[in-house]
Design a protein around this ligand. Structure first.
Ligand SMILES: [Zn+2]
Ligand SMILES: [Zn+2]
Length: 135
């Protein structure tokens, strides 16, 4: 069942509400995610743009990190608040943005860009591993 969760950036100028389908997280090891988030990023599928409610949209700077992907971050505090697959306008939201998730119910379901994972970290829990991002 879809649950609505509330999130915010570090400074609080951006707030969002998203209907999260499942508490099964994706984990991305790609260089781009690691640079922008200072580490591998845990994400939840948050659905299409029309279903996400943003407050403080004027504070979001959008950066195209690849042809397929855009990232939105707070112009004040730098928090990455989403990654968006441009086609079909699908949003992935970093788990740590959310303020009211039942954190102990989260599981790692899938891991992306495992070919880019460095050897200096490992997680106890493992998801289904993909070399890149499944098409
Ligand atoms: Zn902020
Ligand atoms: Zn990534």
């Amino acid at each position: 069942m879809k649950q609505h969760y509330h999130g915010s950036c570090q400074c609080g100028k951006i707030k969002l509400t998203a209907a999260v389908q499942s508490l099964e997280m994706g984990l991305c090891h790609c260089r781009s995610c690691r640079k922008m988030n200072a580490g591998p990023v845990f994400i939840l599928d948050a659905g299409f743009g029309k279903d996400i409610l943003f407050e403080g949209l004027e504070h979001i700077t959008v950066y195209s990190s690849s042809e397929r992907m855009e990232r939105g971050f707070c112009s004040h505090c730098g928090t990455t608040v989403y990654s968006r697959l441009v086609q079909p306008d699908f949003y992935e939201i970093p788990v740590d943005i959310f303020d009211n998730l039942p954190e102990n119910e989260l599981t790692i379901s899938k891991e992306f860009f495992c070919s880019s994972q460095p050897e200096y970290y490992h997680f106890v829990e493992k998801g289904q591993r993909f070399e890149t991002f499944p098409q």
